[in-house]
Design a binder for this molecule. Structure first.
Ligand code: GLU
Length: 554
């Protein structure tokens, strides 16, 4: 008589290990109390999605905060959907965001705990070892149903308004006599291996989610495929085996996996493994014409982290922003502590919002500006230079003409208590500072300058004509400003703002209006950073040259 062992040996003749052996090879980790082992488990099917970055950030933070381990596992079992080169790109992008796994795919395994390989396609024998034993223990069986058989089954179930799938009385191959299964395989028939579920979909089971608390979910009764005909496992099975033998303690993954949780827990228990803790993270949503919807790969450029990198967002800004949507108390922390070091914030799964995190570009820009404004000039100069080399020819040329001048320009109203917040991203820089460049200034000039229509044209002209003899950059801002005031008051501007505000009609304009003439003439804009700083960087000669050009135009 043919036994389950015979069947298992026929299918996996080369497997001589057991689950017990795997338990010894991948022993429980020696961790301090409370330390969590988390993982990021992307599939190499394209670009890094902003939602995936969010998941990776949370996983790495949970491990870091608890003194645990965060690892990276490449889930490459869906060979049809794999995109060449995307695995490497994922690793690079994580590095860009400074999300650095302690162990995992493409990390030198000689230097880490060896729970690898961390690429699923290299773990075939681990899956096969477990399945071999599952067949012997009546937890799995070969199924010979063809695509056509399954389609027919689905039609039949749909017509009868029954739950579709391969389960219960519909799972015909689960009761196939062992001898028959054995012979079919011997005869070369195509098959998959299915899990033999003991569940019933009429039952509810209690599960626990670290974010949502206790939940009642429908028990699984589907005999899902665990090993495909190509010899690779499905996600559900690989998740159970890998997270058990990699000794993950906390699964942080997208909430789209929540309905599969009863299945996963059933498999953990069937195998005698202790299930890990689970936290199903909210999906990032977007407001579209007043309605909330998921950030979509197809419709939204911001669904890809590349979009933010190309725009020149400092990667860290995006992380800070994502943390504000992960934990709403993080914003309070930022406001009260003015501390942007993510490592100083204690993240809590319990404080995650449940109704989907809403992506808000204005808020991202707000925090991004804060972060860029807090950088020292050397840092923002070198980071924006690196970015410009890749994405912005104009800025790159500007920087490389005179690097130290570029630093000086970026330093205007920086490194002080309330620094200027002109830039949310590196792509904002060129437009703000391009006027420093003579040829860019010519372009601004040829587009025409718009002065305050309230001021008489002749007054503007007289101010500009006389200004060079009042231009004093030899000392400090105060000395310079006194001279501007001197000229302004000579021409009838009110230099005392209080007096001006009390009776604006008594004057042709205020000292601010006078300064605005200089801003427009030299920069092309009525709002600029500190004027003295701008004049000092331009230098006396260039200022006078520009003023002459403007006078000619007036
Ligand atoms: N490879 C799965 C995905 O990309 C991972 C889900 C998980 O973290 O378990 O969706």
């Amino acid at each position: 008589m043919i036994t389950k062992e015979d069947l298992a040996n026929l299918i996996f003749p080369d497997i001589d290990k057991t689950i017990e052996d795997l338990e010894t090879i991948y022993p429980k980790r020696d961790l301090k109390e409370g330390a969590q082992v988390t993982r990021f488990a992307p599939s190499p099917t394209g670009f890094l999605h902003t939602g995936s970055l969010f998941t990776a950030m949370v996983a790495s933070k949970v491990a870091k905060d608890s003194g645990g381990i965060f690892f990276l596992r490449l889930e490459d079992t869906d060979t049809k959907r794999e995109i060449e080169g995307s695995a490497l790109k994922l690793v690079e992008q994580l590095r860009t965001f400074n999300i650095l796994p302690n162990e995992g795919y493409l990390i030198d395994e000689s230097k880490t705990n060896n729970y690898g390989p961390y690429k699923q396609s290299e773990r075939r024998d681990i899956y096969r070892t477990v399945i071999k034993q599952m067949i012997i223990n009546d937890l799995a069986y070969p199924c010979f149903a063809s695509e056509e058989d399954l389609n027919k089954l689905r039609e039949e179930q749909t017509a009868k308004k029954e739950i579709t799938g391969y389960y219960g009385k519909y799972a015909i191959y689960r009761n196939l006599p062992i001898g028959e299964a054995y012979n079919k395989i011997k005869n070369g028939e195509k098959y998959v291996i299915r899990f033999k579920s003991r569940g019933n979909h009429e039952n509810k089971i209690k599960v626990h989610d670290e974010i949502r608390g206790d939940l009642l979910l429908t028990e699984n009764d589907q005999d899902i495929v665990i090993l495909k005909s190509d010899g690779l496992p499905t996600y559900h099975f690989a998740h159970v085996v890998d997270d058990h033998f990699m000794r993950t303690t906390m699964i942080t993954r997208g909430e789209e996996w929540l309905p599969s949780l009863p299945l996963h827990i059933e498999m953990f228990k069937a195998l005698g493994f202790k299930p890990p803790k689970y936290a199903h993270l909210p999906v990032i949503m977007k407001l579209d014409e007043g309605k909330r919807r998921k950030l979509s790969k197809r419709k939204d450029p911001e669904a890809s982290v590349d979009y933010f990198l190309e725009k020149g967002y400092e990667p860290y800004s995006l992380l800070v922003y994502l943390m504000t949507i992960a934990n709403s108390n993080y914003e309070d922390f930022l406001v009260s502590q003015k501390d942007y070091d993510l490592d100083h914030f204690k993240f809590s799964l319990k404080k995650m919002s449940l109704d989907g995190a809403l992506f808000d570009n204005d808020k991202l820009n707000f925090y991004a500006k804060e972060i860029l404004s807090r950088m020292k000039k050397e840092e923002i100069a070198s980071k924006s230079h690196e970015w410009a080399k890749k994405y912005d020819e104009n800025l790159k040329n500007f920087i490389e003409k005179d690097y130290s001048r570029y630093e000086t320009i970026l330093n205007i109203e920086r490194e002080k208590k309330n620094p200027r917040k002109d830039y949310a991203k590196y792509s904002d820089i060129f437009d703000v500072i391009k006027f420093f460049d003579t040829s860019e200034y010519q372009k601004i000039l040829s587009n025409g300058l718009t002065f305050n229509p309230k001021l008489d044209k002749n007054l503007i002209k007289s101010f500009l004509v006389e200004y060079p003899s009042f231009l004093d950059l030899s000392s400090d801002e105060n000395t310079w400003y006194q001279k501007v005031k001197e000229l302004a008051s000579k021409l009838g501007f009110c230099v005392d703002m209080k007096a001006y505000k009390a009776n604006p009609d008594n004057f042709i304009g205020s000292i601010n209006d006078a300064c605005e003439i200089l801003r427009i003439a030299l920069v092309g804009r009525s709002v600029t950073p500190n004027l003295f700083a701008i004049l000092s960087i331009l230098g006396k000669e260039e200022v006078i040259k520009r003023i002459d050009l403007v006078i000619k135009q007036l």
